[in-house]
Write a protein that binds this ligand. Structure first.
Ligand code: NAD
Length: 513
C-alpha cells in the first residue's frame, strides 16, 4: 500500500481528524477554486465521521471559462497526429498502473465498494488507456471504389469539438475514463463534470492525465451539482457533444434538451437486469454469479442482477443455496481485510433501498426470504449499510421486479420454461445486461437473438464488462450509442466523405455512364 494510502487509512480509522484536504477545479490549464468560493464535503459512506476533503461547488461561470479554454485548445489539439497522441495514452497507462493501489484506496473510501472491486475500476481506466494508445495507430477511414472512372473515394474521421461529459458515482474512475479517453484520442477537448459523491476519483484521473503530459488546456474538470453545472453543460451552445451516464429520469431531460439543440448525445441509463437459471444449469456456478451480480458494488451497478428468473425445476434448490451464500457476505468498510460488501453510497441511497424493501413486503404474494434491514449498530453505526436482501415468489408485474432499486435487493421469479423466462426477462422498460445459465446450445443462441438487452452473457454474471467491448443498452437504458471498444470512437468523431476526381473533366455521378 502506498504511504499516503496508509496515512489516509489511519485518518479513516481515527475518525478523519487529520487536516482537511482542499481540492480544486482544473480550468483553463490551472487548478482553481470555484468562482463563487463555495465548497462541499466529501465523506466516507462506511464511516460518515471520516471527512475526506472538500471540493468546489461551482457556479455556471466556471463552465463558461472551461468551455472557452477547451474551444481554444481544440484548434491545436485536433491537428496533433493520432500516433503522437497515442504515446501520451501509453504514458497514462504507466502512471495509473503506478498509482493503482492509492486510487483504489481513495475510491473505496469515498464510495464504499471493497478494495478488490475498486482495483478493478482503476484497471478499467488503465485498459481504456491501453486501447486508446493502440487506436492512435489505427483511426482508420475507408477507401471505397468510385462509380466513375479516374475518381478516388475515401472516408476520414474528424474530431468534433468540445465534449461535455457527465458521470455517475458507481464507477468513479472507469466511467469517466470511458468518456474522457476516447474523446481526447479522437482529437476533441473536454469539459468534465463528475458525480458530486465521487469527486476524488475524478480528481485522481485528471491529475494522472496532466502528469502524463497532455496539453493542460484540453481537459477541464468542473465540480458541482447536476442542477447547475450539469444543466449548463448540456445547454451550452459551444458544446456540440454530450455524453451522459446516470439515471433514466435525468437522461430523459438531457436527451430532450441536447437533441433540441441538435447536439450529438450519448446516454447510458438505468437497468433491471435478469439472470435466467435453467434446470440444466450448474447450480453452484449460477449461485456464485447471482451473488456477485446481485450484491457486488452493493447492488449499485447499472448491470446489477436485480432479478433471478429460475426455471421451476431448479427454483427451490437455487433459493436455498442463494440464501446460504448471501449469509456469508462480510459487510463493512471496504478498505478493511476480508470485507465482501460495502455500504450504500449515501444515506439517501440507503433510504431508497429501505423504501423498496417496504414496497416489496407489501406486494401481494412476494415473500422476504432473507435480509431486509438496514444495519445501524456496532461497526455499522457510522455508515449507510444494508443487509443483502432476497425476495422470492415475486411476480413479473410487481414494482420490485420492474423498477431499478440500485441497492442490495434481488427478486427471484419462477418461469415455466425457457420461453416463459425470456418473456419475463424482456417484460421491463430497460434493456442493459442479461445472463443465461444453461448447457443447451440452442437456448444460448436463442438468448443472443431474443433477449432485448445490449449485453448477454452465457454462464457468466450480468456484471463484468470488458473495456474493449461495446457497452450500452436498448430500450429505456439509452439512445443506441455504445461506450467502450471501437464503437465509442464513432461517437466521438464525424465521418467525412472525401472525393478526388483526377479525370480533368466534368463527371456527373448517377448521370454519366
Ligand atoms: P444521476 O442521474 O442522479 O446523476 C448522474 C450525473 O448526472 C451526476 O453527475 C449528476 O450530478 C448529473 N446530473 C443530475 N441532474 C442533472 C441534470 N438535470 N442535468 C445534467 N446533469 C445532471 O445518477 P446517479 O445516481 O449518479 O447514478 C445512478 C444511475 O446511473 C443509475 O440509474 C444507474 O443505472 C445509472 N448508470 C448507468 C450506467 C450505464 O452505463 N448504463 C452506468 C452506471 C450507472
Amino acid at each position: 500500500m502506498a504511504s499516503e494510502a496508509k496515512d489516509k487509512k489511519k485518518a479513516a480509522s481515527n475518525g478523519g481528524k487529520s487536516k482537511t484536504k482542499v481540492y480544486q477545479n482544473f480550468i483553463a490549464g490551472k487548478w482553481c477554486d470555484a468562482a463563487n468560493g463555495q465548497i462541499v464535503e466529501n465523506r466516507n459512506p462506511a464511516m460518515w465521521s471520516d471527512l475526506i476533503g472538500t471540493f468546489p461547488h461551482s457556479p455556471k461561470e466556471d463552465v463558461d471559462r472551461a468551455v472557452k479554454s477547451a474551444q481554444k485548445a481544440f484548434k491545436t489539439w485536433r491537428l496533433v497526429p493520432p500516433p503522437q497522441k497515442a504515446k501520451l495514452f501509453f504514458r497514462l497507462v504507466e502512471i495509473l498502473t503506478e498509482r493503482k493501489e492509492q486510487h483504489a484506496f481513495d475510491m473505496t473510501r469515498e464510495m464504499g465498494k471493497p478494495i478488490f472491486e475498486t482495483r478493478g475500476d482503476v484497471q478499467e481506466a488503465i485498459d481504456t488507456a491501453w486501447y486508446a494508445s493502440g487506436e492512435g495507430y489505427r483511426m482508420f477511414g475507408k477507401t471505397v471504389p468510385s462509380e466513375l472512372n479516374n475518381k478516388f473515394n475515401m472516408t476520414i474521421r474528424m474530431p468534433i469539438g468540445v465534449c461535455g461529459l457527465i458521470s455517475p458515482w458507481n464507477f468513479p474512475m472507469a466511467i469517466p475514463s470511458w468518456k474522457i479517453i476516447p474523446a481526447l484520442m479522437s482529437g476533441n477537448t473536454v469539459v468534465f463534470k463528475p458525480a458530486e459523491m465521487t469527486p476524488l476519483s475524478a480528481h485522481n484521473l485528471i491529475e494522472a492525465i496532466l502528469d502524463a503530459g497532455f496539453p493542460p488546456e484540453i481537459v477541464n474538470i468542473v465540480h458541482g451539482s447536476g442542477k447547475e453545472v450539469g444543466t449548463h453543460i448540456v445547454n451550452h451552445p459551444d458544446i456540440p457533444v454530450i455524453s451522459f451516464t446516470g439515471s433514466s429520469a435525468v437522461g430523459k431531460v438531457i436527451g430532450r434538451d441536447a437533441s433540441y439543440m441538435l447536439k450529438r448525445v450519448s446516454m447510458e441509463l438505468g437497468g433491471k437486469n435478469a439472470q435466467i437459471v435453467m434446470n440444466d444449469a450448474d447450480l453452484e456456478h449460477a449461485v456464485d454469479c447471482a451473488i456477485w451480480g446481485g450484491f457486488g458494488t452493493t447492488g449499485q451497478r447499472c448491470t446489477a442482477t436485480s432479478r433471478v428468473i429460475c426455471e421451476e425445476g431448479i427454483h427451490d434448490a437455487f433459493v436455498d443455496k442463494y440464501i446460504k451464500a448471501a449469509k456469508k457476505l462480510k459487510i463493512g468498510y471496504g478498505n478493511n481485510e476480508g470485507i465482501t460488501m460495502g455500504p450504500c453510497v449515501s444515506e439517501g441511497q440507503r433510504k431508497s433501498v429501505m423504501d423498496y424493501v417496504e414496497i416489496g413486503k407489501k406486494e401481494d404474494g412476494a415473500t422476504l426470504a432473507y435480509g431486509g434491514k438496514a444495519l445501524m449498530k456496532g461497526d455499522h453505526a457510522d455508515g449507510w449499510f444494508h443487509e443483502p436482501t432476497i425476495f422470492v415468489d415475486v411476480k413479473p408485474n410487481m414494482r420490485i421486479a420492474q423498477e431499478e432499486i440500485f441497492g442490495p435487493v434481488v427478486s427471484v421469479l419462477k418461469a415455466k420454461n425457457f420461453d416463459d423466462a425470456l418473456k419475463i426477462s424482456n417484460g421491463i422498460d430497460y434493456g442493459l445486461s442479461s445472463a443465461v445459465f444453461t448447457k443447451n446450445v440452442d437456448q444460448a443462441f436463442r438468448s443472443f437473438r431474443d433477449i432485448e438487452a445490449g449485453i448477454t452473457y452465457i454462464n457468466a454474471a450480468t456484471i463484468g464488462a470488458e473495456a474493449h467491448m461495446p457497452f450500452g443498452g436498448m430500450k429505456a437504458t439509452g439512445n443506441g450509442h455504445r461506450e467502450g471498444g471501437w464503437e465509442v470512437y464513432e461517437f466521438y468523431s464525424e465521418t467525412k466523405a472525401c472525393y478526388i476526381d483526377y479525370s480533368g473533366k466534368l463527371q456527373r455521378a448517377q448521370i454519366d455512364d
